[in-house]
Ligand binder design. Sequence first.
Ligand SMILES: Nc1nc2c(c(=O)[nH]1)N[C@H]1C(S)=C(S)[C@@H](COP(=O)(O)O)O[C@H]1N2
Ligand SMILES: [Mo]
Length: 330
Amino acid sequence: MRLRQGGRRVDLVLGLLLLAGVLTGITANTIGVDWPLDLIQIHAGAALAILLLTPWKFVVARGGLRKKRRPWPTKGLSLALAFFVLVTAGSGLLHSTGRVEFVGPLTLMQIHVGSAVGAVTVLVAHFLLHAVRPRRQDADRRALLRLAVLGGAAAVATAAWDTWAAANRRFTGSVPKAELEVTAWINDGIPELDPAAYRLRAGKAQLDLDAVLALPRETFEAVLDCTSGWYSSQRWQGVRLSVLLTAAGVTPGRSVEVRSATGFARWFGAETLDNVWLVTHVGGFPLSYGHGFPARIVAPGRRGFWWVKWVTSIQPSDRPPWAQSFFPLS
Ligand SMILES: Nc1nc2c(c(=O)[nH]1)N[C@H]1C(S)=C(S)[C@@H](COP(=O)(O)O)O[C@H]1N2
Ligand SMILES: [Mo]
């Protein structure tokens, strides 16, 4: 009875930690704002707390796996869950060190997200077969004390990890790269646009490349942070969209739609256009084909999928920026 009680509590805490891990992971990866409470630290803390609980869970699970009465699907799901959770935590922690990127053909982030999806799927099935429901007496003083000890230990482990192993990761969880990596959101090919034939349609105006290069340009640093788990700080040269649109005689609606030669598009709110740039150069050189030649968006503070490459059209739009898919769909 005591062990079952203990087992139930361990499961409850593990379940809550998994939930916290999933929510902080999704939020840090998609929104990626620099909140005072670093989401990715909570994310790592949840993983380390899970690892700290592993010895207890192992004792409880060993008992459960030995029980003849327990049906094999439950046992199989338990093992699959343990596997996915350990792979998720391990790949995430390893990624945060920035020392390893690939395991075979897969990146650590692909392994991390894939195994997390596996863990959540199995967890739901596991729960349906073998539900753990909280009871009021689960939260007695001794249990709360243990929870506090676990929280403290996880906080210390996280601080140690961030200091010695993952010192270079950003608040989004991304790790640094000296150079940009040519990246597509899904499967955009790399168009090799002819600079002589290039036209940027801004409202009704058409700007050739010389006209774009003649706009008042600035040089500035900005960090491209891709949701696939890396970031790179570069010196860019380009023009603010607000300035470009004024020069082209375009009044934005609630937003502007920025579209690439490949059809990839994002909508930027009218009030944000001072801090969204159309750039032509990086590191003092014209953009390469892979990085968006002849012109791409640089949107400091936004994740990489906003940084539309190969921009050929900037149009005023009545669409409020929140009324677009959270992630690009093509
Ligand atoms: N047209 C277009 N622009 C795009 C993408 C894309 O697939 N198509 N991918 C985005 C993503 S997800 C990232 S991280 C950056 C990568 O920029 P880079 O290839 O210069 O590193 O481009 C963004 N701009
Ligand atoms: Mo990306």
